[in-house]
Write a protein that binds this ligand. Sequence first.
Ligand code: ZN
Length: 461
Amino acid sequence: MKKTIVALLTLASNFSFAHAQQDSIMLDRIYSTSFEKGQAYENLRYLTKQIGNRIAGSERAEQAVTWSKSLMQSMAFDQVYLQDVDVPFWDRGLTEEAYIVDSKEKLQVLALGGSVATPKSGLTAEVVEVELLSELRQRGDEVRGKIVFVNKPWDESIVETGVAYGLNSSQRSRGPAEAAKLGAVAYLFRSLSSSVADDFPHTGGTRYVAGIDSIPAIAISAVSAQKLSAALKGDPKTKVFLTNSAAWKGIVKSHNVIAEWRGSEKPDEIITIGGHIDSWDVGEGAHDNGTGTMGTLDAIRTLMSLGYKPKHTIRLVFYMNEENGVQGSLKYGEMAKAKQEKIIAAIESDAGGFAPRGFDIKASAASVSWIQANWKPLFEQKFWVSRFLQGSPGVDSGVWGEHFPNTVMFNFRPDPHRYFDIHHTAKDVFEAVDRRELQSGVAALASLLYLVDQQSDQIGK
Ligand SMILES: [Zn+2]
């Protein structure tokens, strides 16, 4: 009896050893193919330089849809199609302007996505500075008729910059409505930047609340925020002039772009991989999220070029409107739910194209432990990819995942240090992306996709 168990265990461990060896050889091939023949970087060059930034509803967003579709059609997919998505179109209008009235000191500003306009001739008002929105309520009547200025510095002690971002991003989205409720005339928000020396304003989504008057919501650079704060310390009656002409332009027809590579064994079981194709309307949407779309596409292209035949259907999805409405992922979820699809796993890339560090995983603790024991060693020593932790999915997967609570989700995590220096700014351009780092990320994504396809029965428990 005992002998049988020992023999079986030996057999099992020989099997997993052989498996690991075979996987290791495949990962070597994926990495060298990605570095030597990868096309993510050149595709990114086209997306950023020939098309440019692409806010949902804009002409360039539709150009990106059409071009992405033709790019997918040039590959060995079995099916490429568009999914109709209605998106709200917000237009920035003319370049914003702001300055301190007395000194004429220019302030670097950018309207937050969704902001309404100032009066045509601009507005001038005194400023109430706070660090936290909660302080506003205590200031009560003092706020009426003034510009609310939320000046909370970035917490530089946190290595994971996404956490520092998350600590303050709700002040960006909730702020304008809270300030308007107290009678403020505009909302000025210190940019969510990881660099104290950053003089670029960072845009991002904000929210208005029905029944409360909308006021202009403007991001101010970290450097300008410090200048304004110093001026207010010298003279609390300091006035600021602001002008912007942003407006909502109604609902526009747009699309998710989808391609399918049919599985040879279980074609009805789907692995989704992708990221959002829209961007903010400044810079070129390179790291956010040109690298995520071009990277996931190139991960599939890499496997195709190696002659790989997937067991499950691999579905590439470029979501529309992640930045200001998530209508694309809502639609994707709605359609997948209506068709009762079996989506066994999802991989998303939307954290930039810096050197890959690993993946956050939405799965059971047992499943994450299994991945740490079996997959992490394949990446760790050779490829410097070592983060395999339980965590949140990407924004788009998280949205449609509401309908698919059992889908195992992987959120690609590149190095976080520089992302929030350029995020949502004019600095997010092609030149900010490094080819080798990007292709290393492509290889990590392709390797994970291969492992999920091969061993999906191990991770859904
Ligand atoms: Zn993004």
